[in-house]
Every structure is written in structure tokens, then in C-alpha cells.
Design a protein around this ligand. Sequence first.
Ligand SMILES: [Zn+2]
Length: 397
Amino acid sequence: MKEFYYDAPYVKEIRTRVVSVKPLSKTFLLKFDKTIIYPGGGGQARDRATVNGEKILNAFKEKDGVWYEVSKKFVVGEEVLMRIDWRRRYSLMKAHTAEHLLFRSLNKVLPELEVIKVRLEEEGFKFYVRGRIDWKGLGNAQSIANKQILNGLEVKQKIVSLEDAKNIENIRIKYDSLKKKGVKEARIIFIGDFDVAACTGVHVKNTKELGYLHINNYHSLGHNEYEISFSIGEEALNYSSESNALLHEILEELKLDENNSLMAIKNLIQERNELKQALRRLNQRIIKNIKPIKPGIYYNEFINAEQKLMQRRINEIIRNETSLIIFVNIKHEKIFITIAKSKNNSLELKPLFKELLQIIEGKGGGNEQQLFGSGTYSKEKLEELRKTIKEKINLIT
Ligand SMILES: [Zn+2]
């Protein structure tokens, strides 16, 4: 069987012949005298394809050749028209070549890096690495890879024995695992003299075909492993332009210029953390020193106070004296209301709570001794809330 996808990767359709048919329970396995349908492997997805319009459901690469699963019966000797979804296949060929370029580029910047696996599918191109990475390294690697695209390097393949492959200088090959699998020969892909790797995927003839390469994102998977996603061609250009626009929108919003923006943002974050801590300490002090506005009646407002701290103080007060507590806390554009009383206080909390909740158009609940609720913040709501609480407190004798 001639596997045309390797030697003639640009052939989109051919006439071929069925040489073998194996019936399965509901479907059939077919073998052809020549094929252009890539069965999948090396991280590259199987081609989407048809034979006489009949969809290929699956493909299996066996020792005796590639078998394709279809739901219609074919006859041995029958001549058929085999056709692949070229758009998708070409995109995957480019992705595979891009992955070689990108990994070698990354390796130049971060020599410790190791590829774990590659996943090239329509939904996105991804590969997984082990070893520390950061945006600076990824940016440098992207730039090296794009230079190789501009250089228009030729991509060549060669089949050599596994032992010879191992001895090629700078080759990327999983020798031990191939040897374990009993592989005798390896397909070696050369990209100019920039990269050499053992690979079973289908590649383009020249790096120029990729157009442009963009690293979209990366994220940590834990255990020092990362997933890197990238795009190529038009999609990469769009992604790149959009990211650039977004970056400048963010800088504009923060009133920062590009040159020292990272430092400035780090300073902003630090300032924010310091402010947060200062506010926390201030709230702690306020909560600790709360005084009743009338004997046994506490009413306080907080900004960004921790509920835990307030609760601790509430417990302390209601344990020690006949009391009523109303705490209002403004946090994340919301108003939080806590009402609590001591056990020996006969006042009913629910009617008051309901009235206050209505003002802030909020939701909440609790028990006879303590109720908690929240609604979205507005200046008007807060003023109305204050007014009502003061009126209610005045009525209590
Ligand atoms: Zn490859």
C-alpha cells in the first residue's frame, strides 16, 4: 500500500482501488492500493475524508497497512474516488510544521524544556512541556520561529534506521520509547538546518507557507508542566492585532505608557495591597473600639470590613449585655446588613430586617437572634438606609 500523504502531501483527491474488505458487526474495514488519508498519529488528528462520497468513520494503522472504516459495503477490485477535507488537512500540516519550529525556538531560549505531548486539532493547536516557562521566554521563542518562517526554510523527510536516527546531531527523538515499541525505522523531518526531529505527522514543504506564528497563551498544569496554545497564518495575525489593541486599551485605561508599564502595574498592585492592609487594620481598630450609641444599642458602618471580624465582635457584645446590633458593611459595590440581639432582648428583629432589606432591594435571612442580608450599593440607598435606621433607633426606649 502506498501512503501518499507522506510523499505527496498536497494531493487532495485520487482514484484508487479497494484491495481488501473486512466486515465488522455493522460496518466494514477497507484497504486500498494507495491512500492519501492520514490515519492520525504524532499528535496530528486523522484526516476527514470520503471514498465515493462515503464518510471515513475511523482509521487503523496496522503492520499490513492502513484500514479505513466505512458503513457501506465495497467490493474488492472496485475503483473509487478518494477525497480529503483539504482545508482542515492543510491547516494541520502547517500546525505540525509550526510546532517543530516553535519547540526548537523555545529550546534555544529555555534549553531545559522537554515536550510531553502535542495536540493538533481543529479546536486549537496545543503542546505540553515540562520545565519553567515565562512570557519573556515565549516572546523570544515566537520571534525566533517567525524569523525561520520568513527565511523560507525547506522541509525535508528521510527514512533511516532507528540506530542511525539516534546518531543524528541535535535530533529530537524519543529513542527509548520507539525502541521499546519495536520500531525499526524512523521518519526524520529536517527544517533547513534549524531543526531535525523524528515525527510521523504530515508537514508542509516550506516554512513560508505558515505565514505567521503567534503564541496565544500558556497555563500551568502543576508539577512544573505547562500547556502552550498557538495559532498560525491569518488566525495568528488576527490574534496578534487583537492582543495588541487590548494591551493598549488597558494601558490607556490605567493611564500608563508602554515603556515602564509593567513596573507601574506592579507598583499599582503593591499600593493596592498596602491600602487593603491599612484598611484592614483600621477596621480591626474600629471594630474593637465600637461604643453603643444608646445603652445596649450599637450601630456602625464599615467599608470593606471582614465579616469574620464583625461576627466575633457581635458574639462578644450579645453575650455580655442586653443589646441590639446593626452593622452596615459596604464591600464590592454591595451593601451588607447584619442585625443581631442578645437572647434576653425581647425585640423582634424580623420586621426591622425586612424593612431595611426592602430599601437596598436585597435578599437575606437568619434566625430570631441574628439576620444577614445584602443588596447592590447606591448612594441613595445608603442614605435612605441610614435615615431609617436612625429613626428606628430613636423609637427604642
Ligand atoms: Zn511533525
